[in-house]
Design a protein around this ligand. Structure first.
Ligand code: ZN
Length: 502
């Protein structure tokens, strides 16, 4: 390999290792650290973030990238080398736009906002979080200006999570989702009582819940020899390398779904990271290409696999054996129907497949309003209740069940929320393509075995890491750009059958 590229790689490895060290500190902060450690931890992470920024945004880095690009002139545009250069040029240009002083403030503001949010949420007291959120919104506005934009202020923020996607495109897709799914949601809500899910709300001791969640995660293909399951308040997945991709879950002793489907969800994220090609290791290409494609993998495992009839016909007896009293007299089909009960509720992470996207549309609209200065932070709780009523026909009784429920606004990560709904749409589109390309996948899924689906995902999605943009990847895998149609077909068929609609 030529030496200019080798020199660039050495620098890339150094920057990558610092980034992963920040993630280890963050993982420890969320899982093990005593709350009193927060101030010191934020200082440690801020120092590393500044160091990371200084190395990455340096003049030297720019020279290394361009020297390697010149030396590689003539390499196949599809080679790992050419794709890495393309990615680095873009992210380097973005990094240069942020002054180090801004990076420091970002880290400090988020570091202080997190414990305030935890307390505000626990005490249902929005006033405690409000001044922090005001700072976060101001930082997001500042960040948009630093990155710059042509059309909308939201564009450069969205681009950090879903490269190449414009706010206007997301708005058009969401408008179609809203219009086309509303009649189905209304029909299903009218028949909500035809599915009984009361048995899911009982006392379920945590230890057997954990045992089953580990079993289910293994059944869908998560590799525990290269993974780890931790307990947290707000579940996430993180990876330090393809050989150490971790998941977290929160356990609810009164309700089975949170721990079980949360574990499957995070397994999907971690499996994406575990499946990246080894030759991308220690470079920024060794991770999921975008938040939306990442979310498609978690939603695929959580819903398309984990909430399928075949999966529960195969695995319900095992669950029932762990909870013989709670699940006595319940059949696999009763269980399948209960975990798919669709109805408007307050909490996004517990929402069913049909109502979930409406929770996202709400956040997408409110984020833009705050960013554009059309909605004052002080008015957020009321605006939230109004939008919930408009979109889902329910009003949360508290801010804890309303605008304080998510961790996301402790950081200026505006633009992240829409990728959750995009993930649902990508997942349905990928699944439809998978069973068209290999009909045996549908047969295997009907028997509760997702192995052939996971192999397809490894081949079409996981191994590529970030070599392709989300737009390129979805066309390569499915032959089409992103569309909401496969999702509409998927939920119409599934919920039509579940609720006896014709
Ligand atoms: Zn997720």
């Amino acid at each position: 390999m030529n030496s200019a590229y080798q020199q660039l790689l050495e620098k890339v490895y150094e920057i990558h290792d610092i980034e992963k060290a920040i993630q280890v500190l963050s993982w420890d902060k969320e899982t093990n650290m005593p709350a009193a450690g927060n101030t010191a931890r934020v200082q440690q992470m801020t120092t590393l973030r500044r160091l990371h920024h200084r190395l990455f945004a340096s003049d030297e880095m720019g020279e290394l990238i361009e020297a390697a690009a010149t030396a590689l002139n003539g390499a196949s545009p599809d080679s790992n080398e050419a794709r890495l250069i393309r990615y680095l040029r873009r992210s380097y240009a973005d990094e240069r736009k942020l002054p180090e002083e801004f990076v420091r403030r970002l880290s400090q503001v988020s570091g202080a906002a997190h414990p305030a949010w935890v307390q505000a949420r626990a005490e249902n007291n929005f006033a405690l979080f409000r001044p922090h959120l005001e700072q976060v919104v101001a930082l997001a506005q500042e960040m948009a200006e630093l990155y710059g934009y042509e059309d909308e202020k939201y564009d450069p923020l969205l681009d950090k999570f879903e490269h190449g996607m414009k706010t206007a495109e997301v708005r058009a897709i969401f408008a179609a989702v809203k219009t086309e799914l509303k009649p189905l949601l209304t029909a299903v809500t009218a028949r909500a009582n035809t599915i009984d899910d009361r048995f899911l709300h009982q006392q379920f001791p945590v230890a057997p819940q954990q045992e089953f969640a580990r079993y289910a995660a293994t059944a869908v293909g998560y590799d525990f020899s290269r993974g780890h399951l931790g307990t947290v308040v707000h579940p996430f997945a993180t990876s330090f390398s393809r050989d150490d991709a971790r998941i977290t879950t929160r356990w609810n002793p009164d309700f089975l779904n949170a721990g079980l489907f949360g574990t499957l969800h995070e397994s999907g994220h971690a499996m994406y990271e575990q499946g990246t090609a080894p030759d991308l290791a220690r470079t920024p290409l060794a991770r999921g290409t975008s938040s939306g494609i990442h979310e498609s993998q978690s939603r695929m495992l959580e819903n398309i696999v984990g909430r399928s009839r075949g999966f529960w016909q195969a695995h319900f007896p095992r669950l029932q054996a762990l909870f013989p009293a709670q699940l006595s007299g319940v059949t696999a089909d009763d269980f399948y129907r209960a975990v798919n009960k669709a109805q408007p509720t307050f909490i996004r992470v517990e929402a069913d497949e049909l109502t979930y996207n409406f929770h996202i549309i709400l956040r997408f609209e409110l984020e833009q309003a705050m960013l554009n200065g059309e909605l004052a932070v002080a008015d957020l709780p009321g605006a939230w209740r109004g939008k919930m009523q408009e979109l889902l026909g329910v009003t949360p009784p508290t801010d804890t069940a309303g605008c304080l429920q998510d961790i996301h606004w402790t950081r200026p990560s505006f633009g992240y929320f829409p990728t959750y709904a995009l993930g649902n749409l990508y997942a349905a589109q990928l699944y439809e393509a998978a069973i068209q390309q290999n009909p045996a996948i549908a047969t295997d899924m009907a028997q509760g075995n997702p192995a052939s689906l996971v192999s397809w995902l490894r081949e079409k999605v996981h191994r590529h890491g970030r070599k392709y943009t989300p737009g390129e990847l979805i066309i390569q895998a499915t032959g089409q750009p992103l569309s909401h149609e496969p999702f509409r077909r998927y939920v119409t068929a599934k919920f039509g059958e579940l609720y006896g609609l014709s």
